[in-house]
Every structure is written in structure tokens, then in C-alpha cells.
Design a protein around this ligand. Structure first.
Ligand SMILES: NC(=O)c1ccc[n+]([C@@H]2O[C@H](COP(=O)([O-])OP(=O)(O)OC[C@H]3O[C@@H](n4cnc5c(N)ncnc54)[C@H](OP(=O)(O)O)[C@@H]3O)[C@@H](O)[C@H]2O)c1
Length: 217
């Protein structure tokens, strides 16, 4: 799969790029600055022992079948506005948690109820928006010896796109589960502030979520 990661120079984007490249995907790391994207890609390719492309965010979108949006919520609307004309026909995976610093361990719903729902409003009807990976710790992604224990809950209005992202979760080493329509992103995005609180409270580098009662690997 050809995957472009917008904001791929960041903590979460780097970890996703590393693990997906290692799993055999053609990953491009995007940045506002093409040089920064290329440098991050080179560094990650060394760790993954696999090729990784790098450049500006538009380059990351251009050849991709799946575009992952991995920027802070403060940059979500402006980044989408810039890239929306170039996303046609693609699956957009929005991993954004609408955190509002400094109170990042409290749920603060955005005006559009969820970042992913705001993304759906920003892009054309020919873009299939999926939301996932909100509970996957960047620290664990970067540590290739660490298993990804959290479940990856995947929501979106297109069942085929959800299945594809569930497979991408599996390629990280996680269990991906179909969690229904994109409206359910409100619930997924709201869990992360709880995890941030618990990371602090219990001194964890990355708590996650496990759904019980489902026999699916
Ligand atoms: N960190 C985690 O463990 C984690 C886990 C789950 C979900 N998430 C979500 O994933 C997203 C990325 O998280 P992160 O920790 O990787 O964030 P981050 O490291 O703070 O930022 C990611 C990238 O976004 C770009 N960026 C920063 N400010 C920007 C702006 N004003 N306009 C456009 N681009 C900007 C930067 O890339 P360039 O400077 O190269 O353009 C940066 O490297 C967030 O929405 C977060 O809530 C994070």
C-alpha cells in the first residue's frame, strides 16, 4: 500500500512510518518543509531497514492511496484546507486528537464534535475519511521490541475503507477492530485525554485500550 503521512516528522508519524515501512508498505513522510521530510525519512529508513520516501506534505499526498493526517489539532483545519484539493479518490486516515493545551488530560470537544467529523466537512465526497490510531503510543511505535498491546478502534462511513485500515493496524502489530460509523470518532477522540491522565498518574509511557469479549485476532 502507498501511504503518505502528513506531519510524518512528528512523534506519532515517525512511529507509524517506521512500522509500516518495516511491514513492506511504500511510505512517504511529509512535512511543511521538504528538507525536514527527506531527513526524517532517511533516518527512519535506516531504522526500518526499508526504503522510506520524504518530502513536503503535498508530495506525501500525491502518490498515496492512503493519506494519514498526523498534525496537532491546532494545525488540523489549516492543513486540511491546503491539502483538500489534492486528496480526491484517497482514503484519509485522521488520527488527530482535539487536544487543547494546557489541559490535555481533559476532554474538550471541538466545535464540529470531533476532528474527524470536521475533516469530513473539509474534504470532497470522493475522499473516504477514517479515524483511528488515537490510542497508539508514539513511544511504543518507535520501540520495535515493544509489542503494540492496545486495540486500534477504527471508525468510518465506508466499510471497505475501515477494513483496509484494520489491516494497517495489524501491520503495526496491533489488533484492529471495526468500531462503526465516523460519528463514533467523538468517542474515540475523547478517550485519549483519559489515557494521558493515566499515563501521568501511573507513570506509563503509553497506556491503551483493550476491548474484551471479541474473539478476533
Ligand atoms: N504522540 C502520540 O503518542 C499520539 C498518539 C495518538 C494520536 N496522536 C495524534 O497524532 C497527531 C500528531 O501527534 P504528534 O505527537 O506526532 O504531534 P507533533 O510531533 O507535535 O507534530 C506532528 C507534526 O505536525 C507538524 N506541525 C506542527 N505544527 C504544525 C502547524 N502549525 N501546521 C502544520 N503542521 C504542523 C510538524 O511537522 P513539520 O514541522 O515537519 O511540518 C510536526 O512534526 C496529533 O493530532 C495527536 O493528537 C498522537
Amino acid at each position: 500500500m502507498r501511504i503518505g503521512i502528513v506531519g510524518g516528522t512528528g512523534k506519532e508519524g515517525r512511529g507509524l512510518a517506521l512500522r509500516w515501512a518495516r511491514a513492506g508498505h511504500a511510505v512517504t513522510v511529509g512535512s511543511r518543509d521538504a528538507t525536514r521530510g527527506a531527513e526524517a525519512a532517511q533516518e527512519l529508513a535506516g531504522l526500518a531497514h526499508a526504503p522510506i520516501g520524504g518530502g513536503d506534505n503535498l508530495t506525501a499526498c500525491k502518490d498515496a492511496e492512503v493519506v494519514v493526517l498526523s498534525v496537532p489539532y491546532g494545525a488540523h483545519a489549516s492543513t486540511l484546507a491546503e491539502l483538500a484539493p489534492h486528496l480526491g479518490g484517497r482514503i484519509l486516515v485522521d488520527i488527530t486528537v482535539p487536544l487543547v493545551p494546557p489541559k490535555v488530560s481533559r476532554v474538550q470537544l471541538p466545535a464540529g464534535r470531533a476532528a474527524a467529523l470536521e475533516a469530513r466537512e473539509s474534504v470532497g465526497d470522493d475522499v473516504r475519511v477514517v479515524a483511528a490510531f488515537h490510542h497508539v503510543s508514539a513511544t511504543h511505535l518507535m520501540d520495535l521490541d515493544h509489542p503494540i498491546e492496545t486495540d486500534v478502534l477504527v471508525v468510518g462511513d465506508d466499510p471497505e475503507a475501515r477494513e483496509l485500515v484494520i489491516a494497517l493496524a495489524r501491520d503495526l502489530g496491533a489488533r484492529g477492530l471495526d468500531a462503526g460509523a465516523l460519528d463514533n470518532a467523538i468517542a474515540l477522540e475523547s478517550i485519549t485525554p483519559l489515557l494521558i491522565h493515566m499515563n501521568r498518574r501511573y507513570k506509563s509511557p503509553g497506556s491503551g485500550v483493550r476491548i474484551t469479549g471479541i474473539d478476533e485476532t
